[in-house]
Design a protein around this ligand. Structure first.
Ligand code: SF4
Ligand code: SF4
Length: 496
């Protein structure tokens, strides 16, 4: 199964450019329709409820329930597979063919812009509750569409994906451990290849003939939209699985298929800014998880609450402090014990014959704070992904049943009135009973912890010279995350 192209039907499907174009076009039409369905709907006139359309509006429902949550399952099994059909990335790529084709400046080629977008999204959830109102969701989607086009018109590559898409950055992290990859079959074939059709935006001619009439059309094939060289791909973080190289390669030397879990963890740590992004993600996930465990939530938000009170700041000030705390400082606190263990393991003991001289220099900069932190959070990715899957499962289990009603009336007004005002229809219940769901969730979290322990061993093997305490440090970090999530699940689902 490491090369799905060997299966005839799947092989033809993956090689077919038109099939994927059609799928992307369908997603784009759906996205535009979601903007239209949600645009004018904020609430229901005459109904005294704050956010009546939160789950019944098709725009809100598709985006916040099915897309935001559903893609976590895709990422779990297939890494960046959503990017294959993503209409935003596609639109961005098309626009980039006609625009100025500038290079993204090197100082922007990192995860800081996308981390800021993620923080900004969390701020807009706190300040505007954008996830509760269809018109706000529609504006968010319309902005994404415009930004994808604008970034494409300005830059050469998929700048929207690189600079603005937190989903792509999250998929990139999960793709490192997902059991799916695109690689070349034989690097020697690439080394001997003159055309480099897979990456070089090759030009070819199409010949159309009808009777004696012959037409020729110059056809420029796409190159890799993120500037990768397939033969040099070391991990799956950046490949958007757009399949362009697979479709362009005339030597059929590109394969796509399954592999073992955690496969990329031996190939090196995270970049500094990627570590920062993952820490932000951990903070936001943890804060989201704690929503259902009041004591933990109060503990997590105690510091920003006290600081806001001390400063005399009202709710907006508290939210600002809360986001800074949960996105930047809280994750550092979570990983601090692991970091201290790691540092203690690096302590060097030397017996001196004479009085001590000047202090021995520190370790090289490749073992600096962010580098160590990067390796610690890298081995915690399975635990983080497990928590993400749990959040997605809970949401889909509770709200997926609204879909038929939202399709029936995309504005969401009729289902809301039927459920809550006229009470002619019973609101949809959960898909899985909570007594079953709680065991599934517990199993997922335990699996996340177990995989993180394996991951720490895999990361340790990839370290230059290794570190005596890396595995214990990484296990402690994963265990702290596990304890926070598991305690929440026990409190919420087992002690009810
Ligand atoms: S990175 Fe984001 S915008 Fe780009 S293809 Fe993936 S999901 Fe779409
Ligand atoms: S390596 Fe291939 S599949 Fe991956 S982004 Fe580049 S062209 Fe697309």
């Amino acid at each position: 199964m490491d090369n799905l192209l060997q299966i005839k039907f799947i092989g033809s499907l993956l090689r077919s450019t038109w099939c994927w174009r059609l799928l992307r076009l369908t997603c784009l039409v759906l996205l535009v329709a979601m903007v239209a369905w949600g645009w004018h709907h904020h609430d229901i006139g005459g109904v005294d409820a704050r956010d009546p359309l939160m789950y019944t509006s098709l725009t809100n429902h598709l985006f916040w329930v099915w897309w935001i949550m559903g893609i976590v399952f895709i990422a779990l099994l297939f890494g960046r597979a959503w990017c294959t059909v993503c209409p935003l990335g596609w639109l961005n790529g098309i626009a980039s063919r006609f625009g100025l084709r500038r290079d993204i400046p090197p100082w922007l080629r990192n995860f800081i812009p996308v981390s800021l977008v993620l923080i900004l999204l969390q701020l807009s959830v706190y300040f505007l509750a954008i996830h509760r109102f269809p018109d706000y969701t529609a504006v968010l989607l319309a902005l994404c569409l415009l930004l994808a086009i604008a970034a494409g018109l300005l830059f050469r590559e998929r700048a929207f994906c690189t600079l603005f898409c937190p989903a792509g950055a999250v998929f990139g992290l999960y793709a490192r451990i997902a059991p799916f990859q695109l690689r070349v079959k034989d690097r020697a074939v690439c080394a001997g290849c003159d055309s480099h059709r897979c990456i070089a935006e090759p030009v070819e001619w199409q010949r159309y003939q009808l009777g004696s009439t012959v037409l020729h059309r110059r056809n420029r094939l796409d190159g890799c939209p993120v500037g990768l060289v397939p033969a040099e791909i070391a991990d799956s973080a950046d490949c958007t699985l757009c399949l362009t190289c697979l479709q362009n390669c005339d030597k059929e030397n590109v394969k796509v298929g399954f592999r073992s879990w955690l496969a990329d963890l031996k190939t090196g740590g995270l970049r500094l800014s990627e570590t920062f992004f993952l820490l932000v993600l951990v903070g936001l996930l943890t804060a989201n998880f704690s929503k259902v465990y009041v004591d933990l939530r109060e503990l997590i938000f105690w510091l920003p609450q006290q600081s806001a009170q001390l400063l005399g700041w009202q709710e907006p000030g508290f939210y600002l402090l809360a986001v800074i705390w949960i996105a930047i400082l809280l994750p550092l606190v979570i990983f601090l014990p692991g970091y201290v263990i790691l540092r203690l393991g690096e302590m060097r003991q030397t017996t001196l014959d004479s009085e001590p001289g000047p202090p021995i220099g520190d370790l090289p900069s490749s073992t600096g704070f962010w580098s160590r932190m990067g390796r610690l959070v890298l081995s915690s990715i399975p635990m983080i992904l497990a928590a993400h899957v749990v959040l997605a499962l809970v949401k889909l289990n509770a709200k997926a049943g609204y879909l038929p009603y939202a399709i029936g009336d995309p504005s969401g007004v009729t289902p809301y009135l039927a459920f809550n005002i006229m009470q002619t229809v019973t609101p949809p219940g959960v898909l899985l009973p909570l007594d079953t769901l709680k065991w599934v969730i517990a199993a997922l979290l335990v699996a996340g912890l177990a995989l993180s322990i394996f991951a720490s061993r895999a990361v340790a093997r990839g370290l230059d010279g290794g570190s005596r305490t890396f595995v214990p440090a990484a296990v402690v970090s994963a265990f702290i995350l596990f304890s926070l999530y598991f305690a929440t699940v026990i409190e919420w689902l087992f002690i009810r």
